[in-house]
Design a protein around this ligand. Structure first.
Ligand code: NDP
Length: 419
């Protein structure tokens, strides 16, 4: 019986909150706190009378560490689930540390202002030393490991689907299917159609920053960087069909490279339709994806933030999105001296998610694992102190909860592989 503080009340939060309310034995009390309190109040009203979890709401600016600390001290949560934006990861981690609260998130830290000279100096050093240029990486949050250990707290990083479930799938494959995993290809396929000319399935700013950046993959102990969308493959996804997919940099590659012993190669592919790519390229070419402020009619605006205000809110896409997602990991390696390949995946239906919770499948596939990771930390089933990624824990209880809370998984032996 524990109090949980959820920060953020967007698309992913809406699923995580409703799933926590289906798990009242662990989450007896829940405070939803975000920048716009009216969204928290609307979510509370939607759930009233349908759950045993006692819900309260609060307004908070998660960039303001003092405000976070005073909310945590007032409310007294055991755990904070951060489903705001990656920009706020460090302030929330600092506040949790100061208040003796466990921390869970779904995306690793990246700065809002990538022109900040102090951040840029560290970033450029990292690009040179590690060999990938993505704005996000785990070094900022892994730096808290000792402090969390000493405080007897757990910070669980990246408890969404990818990263998150893909990390747990890797630990599960390692535990039950392989003596040695040689390669992992993480495949993220959204076979859904929302009928919009152009829309992103999660926060547009974070999404577009990620997919317009250089790609990279891990091979033989080092990063290999590619131009955006340079590597394209086709794959026939179970229950979805044939799709084009492109190699991207993705955050779980960084942690899996450290945590899966002897791994030789890890790649991440995401499916995109040609129309999406053409729109994105055009927006990029005219400067609309820029994160640097420009002057417009006497005030500064950030182009990508302005673009966000024009694009559909991902949380509103539920009713109009049809089709399925298929996200999973293709593992190859050896077991008992024999070569083995498996595809471990989940298929999620957009309309089924909408009928259950009013959300599309991308929010659903992120919000369910956010709840599961938070439940395992809060109930002490996962009780390693310090700052950890999901593949560092026993995968079995998480895998069991995926089946129970709406994301059942399948193991296919000898699947199609990716060239
Ligand atoms: P949304 O934009 O829909 O929601 C973000 C929420 O955070 C909004 O409620 C927003 O408030 C709130 N917020 C933003 N800034 C602040 C602030 N300074 N203080 C308090 N609240 C704030 O995003 P999503 O729900 O689509 O994504 C949430 C997170 O999930 C992101 O970090 C994203 O990267 C991650 N994600 C992870 C995935 C995974 O598989 N691991 C997949 C998809 C997403 P307001 O309503 O006022 O705008």
């Amino acid at each position: 019986m524990s109090k949980l503080l959820i920060i953020g009340c967007g698309g992913v939060a809406s699923v995580a909150i409703q799933k926590c309310c289906q798990n009242s034995d662990v989450f007896s009390e829940l405070c939803i706190a975000s920048r716009t309190k009216s969204k928290c109040d609307a979510m509370k009203a939607k759930l009233e009378g349908k759950t045993r979890t006692k819900i309260t709401t609060a307004q908070v600016d998660a960039n303001d560490e003092q405000a976070l600390k005073s909310l945590m001290n007032r409310y007294g949560p055991k755990t904070v689930l951060n489903v705001a934006l990656p920009y706020q990861d460090l302030t929330i981690m600092d506040a949790c540390l100061a208040c003796g609260v466990n921390y869970v998130d779904t995306a690793n830290y990246e700065p809002e202002n990538t022109d900040d000279p102090a951040w840029r100096a560290i970033y450029e050093k990292r690009c040179k030393e590690l060999g990938f240029t993505a704005y996000f990486d785990y070094s900022w949050q892994w730096a808290y490991r000792k402090k969390y250990e000493e405080a007897g707290l757990t910070a669980l990083l990246g408890s969404g689907f990818d990263p998150g479930v893909t990390s747990v799938f890797s630990a599960y494959a390692q535990k039950h299917y392989f003596d040695q995993i040689d390669t992992i290809d993480i495949l993220d396929c959204n076979g859904g159609d929302n009928g919009c000319a152009f829309a992103t399935n999660f926060n547009p700013e974070i999404n577009l920053r990620e997919v317009s950046a250089n790609g990279s993959y891990w091979e033989n102990g080092r990063w290999i960087e590619t131009k955006p969308m340079e590597i394209k493959r086709e794959y026939d996804f179970p229950q979805v069909g044939q799709k084009d997919m492109y190699l991207l940099h993705h955050e779980e590659i960084e942690s899996l490279a450290k945590n899966i012993p002897g791994i030789k190669r890890i790649r991440f592919f995401m499916t995109f339709g040609q129309s999406y790519l053409t729109h994105m390229k055009c927006l990029e070419d005219v400067g609309m994806l820029s994160t640097s402020p420009v002057e417009f009619e006497g005030r500064e605006i950030v182009p990508i933030q302005f673009l966000k205000t024009l694009l559909p809110d991902p949380a509103s896409l539920g009713p109009r999105t049809k089709g399925k997602t298929n996200i999973g990991c293709l593992f190859s390696g050896t077991k008992d001296g024999k070569k083995r390949t498996i595809y471990l995946y989940n298929v999620c239906d957009h309309q089924a998610c909408y009928r259950e919770l009013g959300s599309q499948a991308v929010s659903y596939t992120t919000g369910v694992p956010a709840m599961i990771g938070t439940a395992l930390v809060t109930s002490g089933v996962w009780n390693k102190k310090g700052v950890h990624n999901l593949e560092e824990f026993d995968p079995d209880p998480f895998m069991e909860m995926l089946n129970r809370y709406g994301l059942p998984w399948t193991v296919e032996e000898s699947p199609e592989t990716v060239g």
